[in-house]
Write a protein that binds this ligand. Sequence first.
Ligand code: MG
Length: 157
Amino acid sequence: MRIGFGYDSHRFAEGRPLVLGGVMIPFEKGLAAHSDGDVLIHAIIDALLGAAALGDIGSHFPDTDEKWRGADSTDLLAEVVREIRGAGYAIGNIDATVICEQPKLRPCIDLIRDQLAATMHVGKGRISVKGKTNEKMDDVGAGLGIEVHAVALLDPL
Ligand code: MG
């Protein structure tokens, strides 16, 4: 088996929808990004690519490429999952921690897990997403953005 770790952070921006794990989260701000800013999916993609030693999200979907402007990160994740399978791996499990002061994620976690499981074609029991605050410390604690840490385990097909 192989393990991978992924990290991403984005700062909040006015006038954008907040999308986490492919789910629209009710909140007054979204995340600044070249893509839809789905920081959770970006961290998961890096964990998956890392586990397979296939590079990172930037090498697959460069933010200098107009092709990926406003990209739906769910599509990028589906593409990476195909690539992982093509390299001979099945997804064992994913565990992610989403850190922000606001919004409160607990009411959305189940829906996010459903959506990620559907996109990745795995059972929901293989997908864990946890929300927490940074106890008001540092920039994330000051409410400037969202940070995500994720690990992925891959099994040989
Ligand atoms: Mg990102």
